[in-house]
Design a protein around this ligand. Structure first.
Ligand code: T5A
Length: 250
């Protein structure tokens, strides 16, 4: 057995450990509203009596946050997309080991801003061989898959204008990160790749139109989560909007 297969096998075994909580990832292009919606979902879960943690990729653990700085600064861009994929995978492996798996084992739900689908889309779009990405994923996280993935779909025009408005409003002079500066065509291809992934795994993905108001998007996501986890959330299916609002306070 090769080293990578041995490590992958170990991680595969770890992925069989019991999960008490649910693992929900959020995906989408820049400025889709993932952070905004993760925060809202956490509030709704807490109101329903469920403990949830929020985390993100790249990052989420001290070592992975260090790798994040390198990746988003563009300092490692000269290494090429394949080696960037390796670094995203290394950060993910640490993040799963140090934060995600322990949280799920203790019963917390984990709401994660981006996960392995982002590598498939961003590094895949940049030309990295899908078979190589499969092997990397096996080494990094074994069979560790989200229970549900919320894809917030917005046009690149909308997403990037939100990111620009946010920078302007905060008065920050922060430059766009390494991936925000790509051309509109690249952003459009990523959007299509996310939609293709969702179509290939409809039981895991919920595709949500992110072009409406933050309140409307939050309601759509809550309905999708309730439909996906009816037992955890104590009902047999999605409730009518008015009844839902009464029970969960908005
Ligand atoms: N990456 C990541 C890879 O290439 N490979 C990988 O494997 C991984 C994991 C991460 C970058 O790394 C790449 C992808 C990324 O380019 P990041 O800084 O974490 O970088 O970037 P994003 O995940 O894209 O985060 P953003 O903050 O840019 O986008 P969000 O979280 O989707 O958007 P959010 O919620 O911060 O909202 C943006 C703005 O829009 C407003 C918000 O108030 C905010 O100002 N907004 C809305 N406005 C109107 N209507 C709505 N419905 C709104 N929702 C939010």
């Amino acid at each position: 057995m090769r080293d990578e297969e041995r490590v992958g096998a170990t991680r595969e075994a770890l992925s069989e450990l019991p999960r008490q909580g649910r693992f929900i990832t959020f995906e989408g292009g820049e400025g889709a509203g993932k952070s905004t919606q993760i925060s809202r979902l956490k509030d709704r879960l807490n109101a329903a009596g469920i403990s949830a943690i929020v985390t993100r990729e790249p990052g989420g653990s001290p070592t992975a946050e260090t790798i994040r700085e390198l990746l988003l600064s563009g300092k490692v861009k000269p290494l090429g997309a394949e080696m960037e994929a390796v670094m995203f995978a290394a950060a993910r492996a640490d993040h799963v080991d140090e934060k995600i798996r322990p949280a799920l084992a203790s019963g917390d739900w984990v709401l994660c801003d981006r996960f392995a689908d982002s590598t498939r889309v961003y590094q895949g779009e940049a030309g990295v061989d899908p078979a190589f990405l499969d092997r990397l994923e096996a080494v990094a996280v074994g069979g560790y898959r989200p229970d549900m993935t919320v894809l917030i779909d917005v046009s690149p025009d909308v997403g990037l204008s939100r990111v620009a408005a946010r920078s302007g409003a905060s008065g920050s002079s922060s430059d766009p990160d390494r991936f925000e500066t790509d051309t509109k065509e690249v952003h459009m291809r990523r959007r299509q790749l996310f939609l293709d992934l969702a179509a290939s795994e409809p039981s895991r993905f919920a595709v949500i139109d992110g072009g409406t108001s933050a309140d409307a998007v939050a309601n759509e996501i809550w309905q999708a989560v309730r439909a996906r986890f009816p037992v955890d959330l104590g009902h047999a299916g999605p409730a009518a909007p008015d009844a839902r609002r009464d029970r969960i306070g908005g």
